[in-house]
Design a protein around this ligand. Sequence first.
Ligand SMILES: NC(=O)c1ccc[n+]([C@@H]2O[C@H](COP(=O)([O-])OP(=O)(O)OC[C@H]3O[C@@H](n4cnc5c(N)ncnc54)[C@H](OP(=O)(O)O)[C@@H]3O)[C@@H](O)[C@H]2O)c1
Length: 256
Amino acid sequence: MRDPLSQFRLDGRVAIVTGASAGLGARFARVLDGAGARVVLAARRVDRLAALADELTDAHAVACDLGEPGAPTALVEATLERYGRIDVVVNNAGVQYSAPALDVPMDEFRRVVTVNLEAPFELAREAARSMIGQGTGGSIVNIASIWGMAGIGVIRDAGYAASKGGVINLTRQLAAEWARKGVRVNAIAPAWFLSEMTADSMFSDESSVAWMQRSTPMGRTGEEHELDGALLFLASDASSYVTGVTLPVDGGWTAV
Ligand SMILES: NC(=O)c1ccc[n+]([C@@H]2O[C@H](COP(=O)([O-])OP(=O)(O)OC[C@H]3O[C@@H](n4cnc5c(N)ncnc54)[C@H](OP(=O)(O)O)[C@@H]3O)[C@@H](O)[C@H]2O)c1
């Protein structure tokens, strides 16, 4: 039998990670690099991407504002220009606008939906076109949220909840459309992880941290490394018969 762990290797593959300048995205880029992939790092803060690229084996930084029309298509073009192929996409970049639904201005709602839902669709579409064209297929991993699986009354962001719910059903739809073309589409739904996004909100005060711990069956928030396995599984051939799923990494939050 072949070494079962070899299925998790990504040697020679090319992966795009959006939102690689911070938080979960920077971690995902390191994990894919560790598994042998060449990694295209995308975000607005290109200085941070360049610093990360210097640490990785073979990585390329691309400045990219996913709130701008056509940015995902330009990212695919930049990747093909550099590496000539695309095997993995991690649609990770995301934004929030925290306010009670009654107070959310429509332009803020649209901004969140544009970055969190429209841009992942355009990036998936253009990358899938390339994956199908190159004849090998590929794997798209969308970073959703447990907040796309339930409403949460005590924390408020209608655009975020709507966009993450949209990402989960977009994952199913694209998986169904592209399954016979060799492009798999899956999602990860994280619960509570410390990052730039959550440091000033969920992790900023003791009562909020206590609420996260109390409402999570495992009684704690996630550790930095606890998304590595889910990402590697879905990005690699280890999940070759898996498409259309959303994998919660949430200490059991969605189980109750
Ligand atoms: N942390 C959690 O607990 C948690 C839980 C569930 C889901 N998630 C999801 O996980 C993903 C990563 O979150 P995080 O916690 O790591 O957040 P973060 O620390 O705030 O990082 C967000 C990343 O997205 C990039 N980004 C934001 N707007 C962008 C734009 N217009 N164009 C390009 N890149 C943009 C940022 O880079 P620049 O500012 O340099 O552009 C940054 O690299 C998000 O989709 C988030 O919704 C996180």
